[in-house]
Design a binder for this molecule. Sequence first.
Ligand code: 21W
Length: 230
Amino acid sequence: MKIDVLTLFPGMFAGPLDESIVKRAREAGKLDLRILNLRDYTHDRHRTVDDRPFGGGPGMLLKPEPLFEAVEQLKSATTRVILLGPGGRKLTQAIARELAQQEHLLLICGSYEGYDERIRQGLAHDELSIGDYILTNGALPAMIVVDCVTRLLPGALGDDESAMDESFSHGLLEHPQYTRPAEFRGMKVPDVLLSGNHAEIGKWRREQALQRTRERRPDLLDGQNNKLNQ
Ligand code: 21W
C-alpha cells in the first residue's frame, strides 16, 4: 500500500513511523510512506498556505490553491483522499480495515484553524477525526491512521502478533494478564492462572473480560456499538 501524507509539520513524523511494526512494514516494502510538506506546493515568496476567513473571526484557514495543486499532482484513479479534522467521522477499527484495502491513501493534515470548505467539496473523499478532544494539528491523527492501517496489511504482523490479534477480536476488553514473578510486592497472580487447568483458565478470562467491559465500556456490550468488533 502507498500512503502519502500532506502536512505543514513534516518534522513531527520523524520517529513514530521509524520504529517497530511500521518500520518493519516499510523495510519489507509492504508500506510505501511519503511525508510531504504542503508548503512545497505554493508558488509565492512567502510560501503561503493559509489566509483569513471571509466574514471575519479569529484564526486562519488553509487556502485551496496549494492543496488542489498537491492533490492533483499526487493522486491517481485509485487514490482515496482523506482529510483529518476534528469534525470528521470518528475513526474505528472498521474504517481502518476499509482503508487497509485501498491501493493509495492521501492523508491531508489540517492546522489548528481549519480548511476552506472548497477543499472538502472538491478534493476529499472522506474526513476523519480520531476522537472527541482538540489537538493542535492533524499530524498525530495522520500517524495514528498510518499506524492502525499498517498493522492490517497482509504480513505486517508477525505470527505471534497475529495470533494475539485474533484472540482479542471477540469484541471485549482484554482480561488481566500476568507474567513472572508469581508474587511481586505482596501482589499475587490469581491461583487459577498457575493451576494448569486450561478449561478453568479460559472460563476465568472470559468472566474477567466481561466484567471489565461492563465496568469500563458498557457501550461495547451493545453489539451494534462494538467498535472493537466490527
Ligand atoms: C483543532 C483543527 C480545532 C481545527 C474557530 C476558530 C485532525 C483532530 C485534528 C484543529 C479546529 C483530529 C477554530 C481529533 C483533533 C486537527 C486541529 C477547529 C478552531 N474554530 N481528531 N478556530 N481531534 N486538530 N477550528 O483536533 O486537525 S483529526
